[in-house]
Design a protein around this ligand. Structure first.
Ligand SMILES: [Cu+2]
Length: 235
């Protein structure tokens, strides 16, 4: 029991001690969630336990304190319960905003991809003009090799998004980031996946018949392999 009660306190610690996380920018979002969770649980305990204690201690008993007592107030107490919450709110606000800024803005030097959503698939254009089309698959969540979107491991990728028809949403599952793809508009997002493997992008805005099978497979490979695939020779 005690172990589970301590979990919200231990989780952020394990996060600090953990090695390179699987993907960005989920890390920033998760940092904010963990801090809010710890603060919320601490405040809940601070309020709930005394509330139960006082509710029992000062419960109504016939003949006792029936007249009631007049209390003027307590200036010191009021200052304390105004100042402390103000500090907590300012901390949560600035900390979360700092995380949001990192979550929203791609790091310098990110590879830029142009992604155009359509009913029902994704067109991905690489900086050298190479294009990959990832089409929906009614038979399952698999794709032929030439429809896989190659991504270099451990490198930030900035995505410029638009749509050819209706509103879609580009959800990079391992990075826990989503952004609308809107016709006539260019939106942006970014992600970085550190561990090679295959991951999913899903459409996260209902867009018609095959919305539920509108996906792309991200094939994350080491940078050298990615460059060979892209046709870029760096050496
Ligand atoms: Cu869609």
């Amino acid at each position: 029991m005690m172990r589970y009660m301590l979990l919200p306190l231990i989780l952020p610690l394990t996060h600090v001690l953990a090695s390179e996380p699987l993907a960005y920018p989920r890390v920033y979002w998760e940092n904010s969630v963990k801090v809010w969770l710890v603060v919320a649980i601490a405040i809940y305990i601070l309020v709930a336990i005394p509330s139960i204690y006082f509710a029992i201690k000062y419960r109504y008993r016939p003949g006792q304190h029936e007249e009631g007592e007049h209390i003027e107030g307590n200036t010191a107490l009021e200052i304390v319960w105004t100042v402390i919450p103000t500090i907590i709110v300012l901390f949560l606000g600035t900390y979360s905003f700092a995380n949001f800024v990192k979550q929203r803005n791609a790091p310098e030097g990110a590879m830029e991809l142009k992604v155009t959503a359509f009913m029902w698939g994704w067109e991905v254009e690489y900086p050298n003009g190479k294009k990959i089309f990832a089409f929906f698959n009614p038979d399952g969540f698999t794709a032929p090799e030439d429809q896989k979107v190659y991504i270099p491991a451990g490198k930030p990728v900035k995505v410029y998004l638009t749509s050819r028809d209706v509103i879609h949403s580009f959800f990079v599952h391992p990075a826990r980031i989503t952004e609308d793809a809107v016709p006539g508009r260019i939106t942006h997002t970014w992600f970085q996946i550190n561990k090679p493997g295959e991951y999913f992008v899903f459409c996260r805005e209902y867009c018609g018949t095959w919305h539920s099978h509108m996906f792309a497979i991200l094939k994350v490979v080491p940078e050298g392999e990615f460059n060979r695939w892209l046709g870029v020779t760096t050496q």
